[in-house]
Structures are given as C-alpha cells and as structure tokens.
Design a binder for this molecule. Structure first.
Ligand SMILES: C[S@@+](CC[C@H](N)C(=O)[O-])C[C@H]1O[C@@H](n2cnc3c(N)ncnc32)[C@H](O)[C@@H]1O
Length: 192
C-alpha cells in the first residue's frame, strides 16, 4: 500500500475513533493489527480477528483471535471495525456481517464499484438485489491480504452500498472526505 494511502487511512480512522469514548472494540480482518494497536493506544479494549495470524503483532493489550470472520460473535462490543475486509467478502457474507453488526456503530473502510475502478472488476451485475461488480481473488491462498476461501468477492456500487447499510439499521452513514482513493474511503455507520 502506498504511504499516502496508509497515512490517509490512519488519519480517517483516528478521527472517527476519537468521536467515541473508549470501550470494547472488535477489529474484523485485523491483518497487520495496526488499527487495533491504535485503538489500544487510545484506551480501547480491543479484540482482533483474522483468518490469518501470521501478521499479528506481539502486543498483549489486544486479544488476537485466529478465526474466520463469518464465524465471529459480534455481540457485546461498543464499536466494530471492518477495515479493508468488506470488499474481500461475497455478497452473502457482507449481508450476514451487517446483520450481525446491526445495532452497533461500525467503522467500515472499503472500495466501492465505480465506473473507473482501481482494480480489474467484472461487468456490472445484480447480486441478491444489489448492483455492483465482482472481484476475482487471485491466489488468495498465498496472499496475506486477500479473501479467505472465497474465489470471488462483491463490490457494491455506492447506491447499493448505502441501501445495504440502511436495510441493516444503519440509517446515518458518513463518508470520510477526501476519499482515500477515488473508489475507497472510511464510512462511519450509525444505527438508527
Ligand atoms: C486487505 S487486509 C486488511 C488488513 C487491515 N484490516 C487493514 O485495513 O489494513 C484484509 C484482511 O482480511 C482478512 N480476511 C479476509 N477474509 C477473511 C475472513 N473471511 N475471515 C477472517 N479474516 C479475513 C485477511 O486475512 C487480511 O488480513
């Protein structure tokens, strides 16, 4: 990831996190764990989940769990992070994740399908009633930042993304501007 992209992602994350008093946070698809550590630095009690544990840092302030997020229990947290993960899931798993997170504030960082995507995507499709494009997960087995076990992920377009959130109880969604890239930013998703 380019340094400017990483810097902007940390800026947006820190700004959104700072809106909440520290409590219990769940970091889904935590990967390198840097967002979990920033939250721990800010006083949060963090549980970090990822299917791959090889990039987890050694830091005892965070509870590191090797687990498929599709099996994670999302109850009992004050805030859920879904950073760099949503666009690695199938539409079915995206909807299940939103259903399970429903009722808890969510910081969601994702690419969306746009007319000028930053990655090679399929032609426009409608999946489970939502419009978007498919992303082929190449060699996911050997790529630490890729999907876990699904060969194809779904990138909704912006109207479908907002509708997905609204239909799962996130009636107020705020997009961080300027965006991280032309098709990616952080969204603060608040339950109604
Ligand atoms: C692009 S990285 C994002 C890492 C970090 N959250 C960030 O935003 O920089 C995607 C992460 O999601 C994890 N991941 C993808 N699908 C997963 C799944 N079904 N269950 C658990 N982790 C998954 C990958 O292992 C990888 O660490």
């Amino acid at each position: 990831m380019r340094r400017a992209t990483a810097t902007r992602r940390f800026q947006l994350f820190d700004s959104l996190l700072g809106l909440f008093p520290p409590g219990k946070a769940l970091d889904l698809g935590a990967g390198h764990g840097q967002f979990s550590l920033r939250a721990a630095d800010a006083g949060w009690e963090v549980t970090a989940v990822d299917a791959r544990d090889e990039r987890f840092p050694e830091d005892e302030r965070v509870r590191w769990i090797q687990q498929d997020v599709r099996e994670a229990d999302l109850d009992g947290y004050d805030l859920v992070f879904c950073l760099g993960l949503f666009y690695h899931l199938t539409i079915g798993d995206q909807l299940t994740l939103l259903r399970k997170a429903s009722g808890t504030p969510l910081i969601l960082d994702t690419h969306l399908a746009s007319p000028r995507p930053t990655k090679p995507l399929s032609a426009r499709v409608t999946a489970e009633g939502y419009q978007g494009r498919y992303y082929q997960e190449k060699a996911w087995e050997s790529r630490p930042t890729a999907s876990w076990k699904n060969e194809v992920s779904f990138w909704p377009n912006a109207p479908s993304f907002y509708r997905m959130l609204e239909e799962h109880g996130y009636s107020a969604v705020f997009a961080g501007s300027p965006w991280v890239t032309k098709d990616r930013t952080f969204f603060l998703c608040l339950p109604g």
